[in-house]
Design a protein around this ligand. Sequence first.
Ligand SMILES: N[C@@H](CCC[C@H](N)C(=O)O)C(=O)O
Length: 273
Amino acid sequence: MAIEFLKGHGTQNDFVLLPDPDGRLELTPGRVAALCDRRRGLGADGVLRVVRSTALGLPSEGEWFMDYRNADGSVAEMCGNGMRVFARYLAERGLAEGPEFLVGSRAGDKPVVVHPDGTVTVHMGPASVTGASVAIVDGRDFSGVAVNVGNPHLVSVVDGDVAELDLREEPRYDEDFFPEGVNLEFVNPLGEGALRMRVYERGVGETRSCGTGTVAAVAAALHLAGTDTGESTVDVPGGRVTVTMKRGESTLTGPAEFVARGELVDEWWAAQE
Ligand SMILES: N[C@@H](CCC[C@H](N)C(=O)O)C(=O)O
């Protein structure tokens, strides 16, 4: 059976899409890690399996479910950049009707709007501040705001330029506070309604963008300013997104691009465990 794939990205957070409407693929952690490997596979930060909600038996009112996996093969609740790419794929393939529709995720159903220029707005839902903790980079402590966007984040506003941080190794964090692991964002305010951000993603490493991370960053910045309402651009190494927050409810708008499509080699797929 030929297995189709597409390669796409949202602000250079890149994904392999696997259309699998009836949930027939045996998508093991080993196969996900092999697909995402930039030398022995296609290379990506994560995999987006395009599957009907009914095929997975997961509760969703949307016809389609974004089954997201990190590059190390782990499952995560939500991926904001992936959701934009996923929504554009459904719209362009004619699998979803109209520019506005619902997509299922492990963090709940997300209303999406695919704009005529190919950018996508995702209604991300609540971004909840859950406390305070500390990330340690290169022996330096960075206090941060913990934010849940369906998945866990710790956002640290940094005094110096975020470009100077060494994120080759995973920063340390309080494992008692984040028993499921955490995505770590480092942020510079750039003035009213503008942030710059770098991120070290759980299950991946440093990526060039993280959509849920940008929402967490804006929620944390607003929280520190004593509000839960506002709008901000977020510049990441891979581009720019815009986040709005209204009484803790968020939207994420940004690009969704496709690079390639093709078929996996059957023998290669079969050889992965
Ligand atoms: N890149 C994603 C987030 C993917 C999941 C994350 N690594 C986790 O484990 O929670 C995004 O754009 O939101």
